[in-house]
Design a protein around this ligand. Sequence first.
Ligand code: TRP
Length: 338
Amino acid sequence: MENQTPERKKKILSCIQSSGIPTLGNYLGALKNWNLLAQEFDGAFAVADLHAITVRQNPAEFRQHTKEVFALLLAIGLDPEKSVVFIQSQVPQHAQLAWVLSCYTQFGEMSRMTQFKDKSASHADNVNVGLFTYPVLMAADILLYQADLVPVGADQKQHLEIARDIASRFNGIYGNVFTIPDAYIPKQGARIMSLADPTKKMSKSDPNPKGYISIFDKPDVIMKKFKSAVTDSEAHVAVGEGKDGVNNLIGIYSCCTGLTAEQIEHDFEGKGYGDFKAAVGEAVIEQLRPVREKYELLMADGAYLNDVAKKGAQTASHIAERTLSKAMKKVGFLQEIK
Ligand code: TRP
């Protein structure tokens, strides 16, 4: 058709905290999808290091973790030529907009955030104000890029809701400044549970290291952890009630191979858990291998990582500045004395 401008791709934004190497659960549940989303949408992806200091960090470890998680974003396949990939603290507009938005956010709204309540209970010795206003910074991350979509897991849904509320409130006063973001729920959501206690979500803060697979665990470690995964006494590879361990392994195997649960049940008919666990371990090893290999190359090339981070921050800052200056102008900050 003549004169038809190509439809604008929707914008998607997500961030990952830099508090250590993510788990297989983070990979299958979120990161693997980011790579697909980056192909379908106009994407921005960041390491949320500003958020990380709501919990006390050791400076040297913190720097190292930020580098590792940034390298990971590239290792999962994000292409810095196609998406904006950056480190949040290198784009000052995030902190600036967060301040402005905090003045349009009510104390009562923040007090109701369940993550704040949970975290202040688990870090009772350091209930800092940053922990309290954390969702406002997250709103700034999202709104600066005028994101249409934000892929979020269940634990971040409430934070996205508040970002929408803050944006609508601001727009209600000043006109259309911010795009109201929608949650992006992946078609095939994976909730990966602990291998040691399959009633709990897999987490890197699990005191039992057998419970979680780190994305960069070596093959022999991965295999060992799967072999000791908790199952049940039925010796029947099938989805079922009360079979949390086996259900979880089937879920993981399905994510890695693309097979449905029915196909997996069929393939392992009459076989024991030993065989099945080895197959799951093998599938996970193969799934993570290319990511780990690319990661190792990237980590050995600090100059390249630095270059990509600098360019990413520049692009991000350019986009963010447009939104920030518009918002500040609307509020009435003096731009130029005439
Ligand atoms: N709070 C998110 C988490 O812990 C990370 C995050 C920070 C984020 N800013 C964001 C996620 C913006 C989505 C969009 O997982």
